[in-house]
Design a protein around this ligand. Sequence first.
Ligand SMILES: *Cc1c(COP(=O)(O)O)cnc(C)c1O
Length: 465
Amino acid sequence: MRYVSTRGQAAPRDFEAVLLAGLAEDGGLFVPESWPELTTAEWRALRGLPYPDLAARILGLFGADDMPIEAMSRDAYAGFGHPAVVPLVQLDHRTFALELFHGPTLAFKDMALQLLGRMFDHVLEKRGERVTIVGATSGDTGSAAIEACRDRAAVDIVILHPENRTSDVQRRQMTTVLAPNVKNIAIQGDFDACQDLVKAMFNDAPFRAEMRLSAVNSINWARIAAQIPYYVAAALALGAPDREVAVSVPTGNFGNVLAAWAARRMGLPISGFVIGSNRNDILARFLAANDMSAKPVEPSLSPSMDIQVSSNFERLLFELLDRDAAATAQTMTRFRSEGRMPIPHAAWKQATALFRGFTLDDEGTLAEIRHLWTKAGYLADPHTAVGTAAARALPPADPAVPVIVAATAHPAKFPDAVERATGIRPPLPARLHDLHNREERFDVLPDDLRAVETAVRAHARRNAA
Ligand SMILES: *Cc1c(COP(=O)(O)O)cnc(C)c1O
């Protein structure tokens, strides 16, 4: 399996090289040169596999079988808090919550990142290399990256968060990880300051080379690949390939729903996709009126979907433009300079045949959480609630088609919203019960590039010694 860039100017690579590279050098995103497709009999043969084995089979089709993917997959999902790894919970006669939040940080990012940490480690050790991962977080994504990298032999990780601006649970999920290769830095500034510091480190070429800086951001192809298997597992459990299913995904960067689309591209009978957005509704506006225009980000009850530009959309755009890399590059360049994406009418039409968009504000989100609790006795987090409301608002035309809703976070990860809606404060799962009593470790630094680089250097060196 080889990978090409959506912008056509990067040399094709294999899975391992794409894993390490992240972004292609032409600014594009890596996609498979051709999509693996399974026959009906091949889909049927995957029924009943334990989730880690199913994931290894699917990832093998994308070239991950150069690694000991089966052992890595079993190891990655062994620590999850449910024996099914990704259980399906029925909410009404046709709607099923696909719970993707039983990993160590209680959100769906663990599904891919637990595997990616192990993949990174394996490939780097084989090459005799190491990397330093640096990242900035407003609270949610940092812990998933830290949990993915903790105790990995060839990886050091430094995560910057804005001092006193994350919730207690969010900070503690990061700062109580005391593994020697993990460093947390609280920056005396806001999230933008943290992000600017990370960008500045990457732009400091000598520093970047010296530290072998790397990132595990959401455009890494391996993250998308590792998100395909749970849609396969859910669809097979509901009767695919002999029955159609539909999918609803609360969406931010478009990575999760793109993985569902990839499963369809591989031949799984998914009739359509509903994209749930909060008030940051660029994708819904695109689908309603071909208006892909960036607006300032506004905070909402579902902060992991508070984004302005869905970076993984470029992969779908490439397909909508019949894999014309020059046209993709041109469209993305214009989006960058003008803040608006000019998408040809025919491509937009094609997108609207498969995807529908739904927007829910904070009031609606609270009402949906309340609705799920009173009707089904189900406590949902605000992100998941956007997905279930979208599924109910835009059901498939055929009433026999069940809808899989990606349940992307545990309700205890967003207890304030859940309590406001239902009066119930969801408790943390047993394995995190003592989170508030665990020892924390982090540095506090000013918003100053030299100070942060010095700290990163000291951290990476200590681990190299
Ligand atoms: C990241 C995240 C999302 C959005 O997923 P994308 O792949 O960025 O579209 C939704 N819900 C939760 C809880 C998340 O952490």
